[in-house]
Design a protein around this ligand. Structure first.
Ligand code: NAD
Length: 269
């Protein structure tokens, strides 16, 4: 018996056209899952679905906005019509926003509150709202695994990204809350877990970590100095944990947070 099997599972991924999301789409399609790609960019999303299908997988793209309830309801209707169930939801949409980043020569007192609110909206409510909509299928099935993408920033406050950090801390808390909410009210087949990636070079953090010429910023140098592995993560390095959480290999696991960070969180001096 393959404990980690996800063949034919319907796996819905938000933020799926992002750097980390793309790796998840390709991987789960190769593993025989039916992958639903939810993203904002239609052209990029359709191309990603094509790539996965050409490689022999099953994948479909729908345009979404994780903050738009009506759009998510439409996504839900489309997914249920097409596949009839949802086995796994990966809440991947999120990230920091440049406007919510406090510049090195500024302080908290210069914080753009509206930008901070937008980051909290995207990372927290962009997880809560899709969960409220897509988990309905799991309640019907009495079976399902939700995986939230938190961050190291939600565990240890990082300088300059206060909004992002508080939102991801809230995602970790919401994950634990939902563990009890779903299992006690709808049965132990419903599980919710989170992962906390450390530092991976993607679009949402590119300007914080790299200069326009591609060299590392002083912030990136500091991060690597505090990372025992001395490098950023590769998107593929999230996949083992995601496969475990998506499959029956983790069927007694709920409300947990798995840190994937090359040792950053554990390391002091
Ligand atoms: P990315 O910028 O490459 O991808 C983020 C994706 O989210 C993009 O495709 C973007 O279009 C999508 N998105 C943004 N707003 C959206 C909305 N309103 N509706 C739907 N989609 C929306 O960045 P990434 O690093 O691949 O981010 C994926 C997740 O991983 C995010 O939640 C991010 O916070 C988290 N994360 C990333 C890192 C890292 O180091 N890169 C570390 C920890 C956590």
């Amino acid at each position: 018996m393959n404990l980690f099997d996800v063949k034919d599972r319907v796996i819905v991924i938000t933020g799926a056209t992002g750097v980390l999301g793309r790796a998840m789409v390709h991987h789960f399609a190769e593993e025989g899952a039916k992958v639903v790609i939810l993203g904002r960019n239609e052209q990029v999303g359709n191309q990603l679905a094509d790539e996965a299908v050409k490689a022999g997988g099953t994948a479909v793209f729908y345009t979404t906005n994780v903050l738009d309830k009506e759009r998510l309801e439409q996504n839900y209707a489309d997914i249920m019509e097409r596949f009839g169930r949802i086995d796994v939801l990966i809440n991947g949409a999120g990230g920091n926003m440049p406007g919510a980043t406090i510049a090195p020569d500024k302080t908290l007192f210069d914080l753009d509150l509206e930008a901070m609110r937008q980051v909290v909206d995207l990372n927290l409510f962009g997880t809560v709202l899709p969960t409220m909509i897509f988990a309905r299928a799991m309640v019907e099935q009495k079976q399902g695994s939700i995986i939230n993408i938190a961050s190291e920033a939600g565990l240890r406050p990082l300088t300059r990204v206060a909004g992002y950090g508080v939102a991801k801390a809230a995602v970790i808390n919401f994950t634990k809350y939902m563990c009890g909410e779903l299992a006690t009210k709808f049965g132990p087949g419903l599980r919710v877990n989170a992962i906390a990636p450390g530092f991976f070079l993607t679009e949402q953090n590119r300007t914080l970590l790299t200069n326009p010429d591609g060299s590392l910023t002083p912030r990136a140098e500091t991060i690597l100095a505090h990372t025992p592995f001395k490098r950023f993560g590769e998107p593929e390095e999230l996949l083992g944990t995601l496969q475990w959480l998506a499959s029956d290999a983790s069927r007694f696991v709920s409300g947990t947070l798995t840190v994937i960070d090359g040792g950053f969180d554990a390391f002091s001096i």
